[in-house]
Design a protein. Structure first.
Length: 265
C-alpha cells in the first residue's frame, strides 16, 4: 500500500514539475512544485497518526528532526510531533538567527542560494550551480582545495571555471609534503602514505591568494572540517570523498536496507 501511494505521489509530482517548468518559461510561476513524500507511511497524507506515536530509542538525547516523519514545518498540512523543535523553539533563538542573516554578506549568500535553487531547479548540475552562485555573489577568483587523489577531477573543474570566465587558484592536500609523524600522527598511518594532508595550510594559502569563494573537492573526513574552520572565504563542496562508492557517499544510505545492511547493523 505504501509503495503504491509513493508511486502515485511521484507520478503526480512529475506532472506538477512539468507544468511548473512550462509556467516558469512563461514567467507565470513563482513557487516550486511540492516534492513527493520520500519516507514511509508515516508521511502519507492518508495517515492521521503523527510520527511521534512511535518514539525512537535515542538514549539520553531527546528525539529531534531526524526522528520526525511529518515534515510539517515544510508542508503545514499535518501535525507536529510532541518533540518538534519548531513548536518548542525559543523565540530568542529564532530572532538571533534572523538577525545573523543581516550581518556582513550573509543576506547576499542566502538570497543568491535561493535564487540558484529556483532558477536551476532540477535543471542545473552542482557544477553549474556553483558557477551561477559565484556570479551572484560577485565571486571571480575561485579557490579549489582538493585531495591529491582527485587532481584530475580538480583540473576538469578548473578548466570549466576558466572557460566560463573565472580565475582559479588551487591548493592540493599534500602541499608542503609534511611528514605525518611531524604532528604526532601514529607511525602505522604512514603505511598508506608518509606525507600528511594539510588542510590548515590549504586554507592559509587560499586566504593569502584572496580567493572569493573556495570549493572543496574530496578532502578526507575531518580534514574538510579543519579547512572549513580556517578558510576566510565562504566554502562550498563539489565532491565528497568516499573511496568505496566512487565518491558517492549517499549510495550507502540508498542501499542501507540491502547491500550495506550487515555492515551498518
Amino acid at each position: 500500500m505504501a509503495d503504491n501511494y509513493l508511486e502515485n505521489q511521484f507520478e503526480q509530482y512529475q506532472a506538477r514539475k512539468a507544468a511548473w517548468e512550462r509556467e516558469k518559461k512563461l514567467g507565470k510561476r513563482k513557487t516550486h512544485p511540492t516534492p513527493p513524500p520520500t519516507t514511509d507511511k508515516a508521511t502519507s497524507a492518508e495517515s492521521t497518526t503523527p510520527a511521534e506515536s512511535v518514539k525512537p530509542d535515542t538514549g539520553t538525547t531527546p528525539p529531534s528532526c531526524v526522528d520526525c516523519g511529518t515534515q510539517n514545518c515544510k508542508y503545514k498540512t499535518k501535525t507536529y510531533p510532541d518533540f518538534c523543535l519548531t513548536t518548542h523553539l525559543d523565540p530568542a533563538d529564532q530572532q538571533w538567527a534572523l538577525e545573523r542573516y543581516d550581518e556582513g554578506r550573509n543576506h547576499d549568500i542566502m538570497v543568491a542560494s535561493a535564487e540558484v535553487e529556483y532558477e536551476g531547479y532540477c535543471q542545473w548540475t552542482r557544477v553549474e550551480e556553483i558557477m551561477h552562485f559565484a556570479r551572484k555573489i560577485g565571486a571571480h577568483k575561485i579557490g579549489i582545495a582538493n585531495c591529491i587523489g582527485l587532481v584530475s577531477e580538480a583540473r576538469i573543474f578548473a578548466r570549466i571555471l576558466r572557460e566560463n570566465g573565472f580565475e582559479v587558484y588551487s591548493v592540493v592536500c599534500k602541499v608542503a609534503g609534511q611528514a605525518k609523524s611531524s604532528v604526532g600522527i601514529p607511525q602505522q598511518c604512514e603505511s598508506i602514505g608518509a606525507a600528511m594532508c594539510n588542510p590548515i595550510l590549504q586554507a592559509r594559502l587560499l586566504n593569502k591568494a584572496q580567493t572569493d569563494l573556495n570549493v572543496v573537492i574530496g578532502l578526507c573526513v575531518g580534514h574538510d572540517s579543519l579547512f572549513y574552520k580556517y578558510s576566510d572565504a565562504y566554502v562550498t563542496t563539489l565532491v565528497t570523498k568516499d573511496r568505496i562508492t566512487g565518491n558517492n557517499p549517499a549510495a550507502t544510505l540508498y542501499t542501507a536496507h540491502s547491500y550495506y545492511r550487515k555492515k551498518l547493523s
